[in-house]
Design a protein around this ligand. Structure first.
Ligand code: ATP
Ligand code: MG
Ligand code: MG
Ligand code: MG
Length: 339
């Protein structure tokens, strides 16, 4: 019998549009002889859109307002064998939707509440990974209240890290709200932007040399496997939103041309991070490799990475011999196994 899959896409975060792109690819790839897929687009206001509006949103990339409140729709998810929440960022990749589906008793693709929430928050991730002995850049946490009441303590944190540094909303993705700050004159604008998107903001030191950016895919539940390592190259100052989503701005190299021991270290650390964070199903783990010093630093873990047919995660597993549609089918299998 065909498995009935509810595919959730869109969502309330700054990565709404990216999610719609991923969802279109997944929809096209789920083998029709095995799966009966119903897409539901979640609007930016958090409403679950009915079929015609969902179809329109998928086709046009723009979601209308309207639709039902999430709690009204959760119960109707009961008729499905599994949910594929192809949602990026807060209210989707951060444990909220995962909590709803857990309460409703419906299996879903990807990490559960704990792994999703901890991995979404860059500060929590760094704390957990530090205790697992994984090397990372130096960082400081700042909360919005401090920025309003005691901005000098936040500026002090930045001085301690030194410039250039990165300012990021702690819970976001696709580089939304991220600034590279070259000196104290650029700091306040960067903090204002990041705090407009999140209550929690992370300040991160930059490596002494411009790092190479390498990524690895992890697939599995309690016995996960690592893909080959991939590398991103681009001429922008950092991997910002435009560089990520404008055709031709970045190139992907799979496998990354790395010394064998560096690639082995990246894969081993990615698996260690996946376990330490209690991830499940899939994750893409991003690293900085500083060629000059040989340092491998873990940057972050994405529990629902970009998933178009040209995205890094599916490409990494394709290089390992798993086609896009086999990968999607495997993820559904992993969701059902975890029950
Ligand atoms: P994703 O879309 O992968 O979820 P994200 O929004 O979570 O991305 P990061 O991966 O944390 O953001 O950072 C985006 C980019 O900014 C990195 O790929 C890198 O180019 C640059 N960057 C971030 N932090 C640092 C750092 N500490 N040192 C050097 N470059 C950095
Ligand atoms: Mg991220
Ligand atoms: Mg992400
Ligand atoms: Mg990243």
């Amino acid at each position: 019998m065909k498995k009935r899959i509810l595919l959730l896409a869109g969502g309330q975060s700054g990565e709404h549009e990216v999610s719609l792109m991923s969802a279109r690819s997944v929809l096209a790839a789920l083998p029709v002889d095995q799966f009966d897929v119903t897409p539901v687009v979640i609007s930016k206001e958090g409403r679950w859109l009915p079929p015609t509006q969902t179809q329109h949103a998928l086709e046009s990339g723009v979601a209308d307002s309207g639709g039902d409140l999430v709690l009204h729709r959760a119960a109707s998810a009961e008729g499905y064998d599994a949910v594929f929440p192809i949602l990026h960022g807060p209210m989707g990749e951060d444990g909220t939707v995962q909590g709803l589906l857990t309460l409703a008793g419906i299996p879903f693709v990807g990490s559960g509440v704990l792994g999703s929430a901890v991995s979404m928050d860059k500060v929590m991730t760094k704390q957990v990974l530090a205790s697992a002995g994984i090397a990372q850049v130096a960082w400081r946490l700042a909360v919005r209240r401090d920025w309003h009441d005691r901005p000098d303590t936040v500026r002090q944190s930045a001085q301690e890290l030194g410039f250039p540094l990165f300012v990021k909303p702690a819970n976001l993705g696709s580089s939304v709200g991220i600034s590279k700050v070259h000196g104290s004159d650029e700091l306040d604008n960067a903090l204002t932007l990041a705090f407009s998107l999140d209550r929690r903001v992370i300040l991160e030191a930059m490596t002494a040399h411009k790092p190479r950016e390498v990524e690895v895919g992890i697939l599995g539940n309690d016995a996960p496997i690592a893909s080959p390592v991939g590398e991103l190259r681009f001429s922008a100052e950092f991997y910002d939103y435009e560089t990520k989503y404008t055709e031709g701005r970045a190139t992907m190299h799979i496998p990354a041309p790395l010394p064998a021991e560096v690639a082995a270290q990246v894969r081993e650390q990615a698996l260690r991070a996946f376990r330490a964070l209690d991830c499940a199903g899939l994750a893409r783990v991003d690293f900085f490799y500083v060629e000059e010093t040989g340092e491998v630093l873990l940057n972050e873990v994405n529990t629902m990475p970009g998933f178009t047919t040209t995205s890094m995660y599916p490409k990494l597993f394709e290089a390992a011999g798993l086609s896009y549609s086999d990968l999607v089918a495997r993820l559904v299998e992993l969701a059902l196994e975890r029950r």
